[in-house]
Design a protein around this ligand. Sequence first.
Ligand code: PRT
Ligand code: MG
Length: 221
Amino acid sequence: MITLALSKGRIFDETLPLLATAGIEVLEDPEKSRKLILPTNRPEVRVVLVRATDVPTYVQYGGADLGVTGKDTLIEHGASSGSGASATGLYQPLDLRIAQCRMSVAVRADFDYAHAVRQGSRLKVATKYLGIAREFFAAKGVHVDLIKLYGSMELAPLIGLADAIVDLVSTGNTLKANHLVEVERIMDISARLVVNQAALKLKQAPIRHIIDAFAGAVAPE
Ligand code: PRT
Ligand code: MG
């Protein structure tokens, strides 16, 4: 049995066409079904639905053989597990170039970020991505107080909880709707295929088949 961990929403939706190239079709729609284990047209392949942030954990501990997860989630997983992402038993063979976005710093349109940075002011930064934010501001030599949030980061500067946020941006519509502006691009983000290293050894042929099919289907740059 091969188990693939996916999260509902954009990761699931954008992985379906890649699965199709490997001859795998998921037989139930996660938006309609309450099931957490979804069968496929191939009796030896199943999909498990987990929270986006839990995908690396399932794959690392062998709860799933493979998974698809954002680079943002992978970096934070590596930061919180205390070792580099490569040291955790997670093999990352492919950038799938799906669920693309960027990690950015945003502030209220009326906040002079450049001035605050020049002055060496201490910034209050709200984010779900503590590891990425800490490393980015440390490299810039900017002192920050990080405030951990689990969602709706865009609200924090509006309410006065923070001066800035570190969050994902794709169209920029969410920032615009909340009168926020992007002031730094930290990194480009896309989703990766992750594979449990032990599973790759034990189930080499079927897992290689999936990796190769995905590799052939990745959109060119
Ligand atoms: O939603 P939930 O709390 O269950 O989990 P999640 O937010 O971790 O999962 P999900 O499905 O929303 O995101 C999964 C992965 O998709 C992320 O880890 C990213 O790698 C990737 N991705 C790509 C994005 C976006 N684009 C994106 N735009 N994840 C989130 N967003 C959010 C962003 O946080 C912001 O609130 O969309 C909003 C901005 O979008 P625009 O288009 O208005 O700029
Ligand atoms: Mg989300």
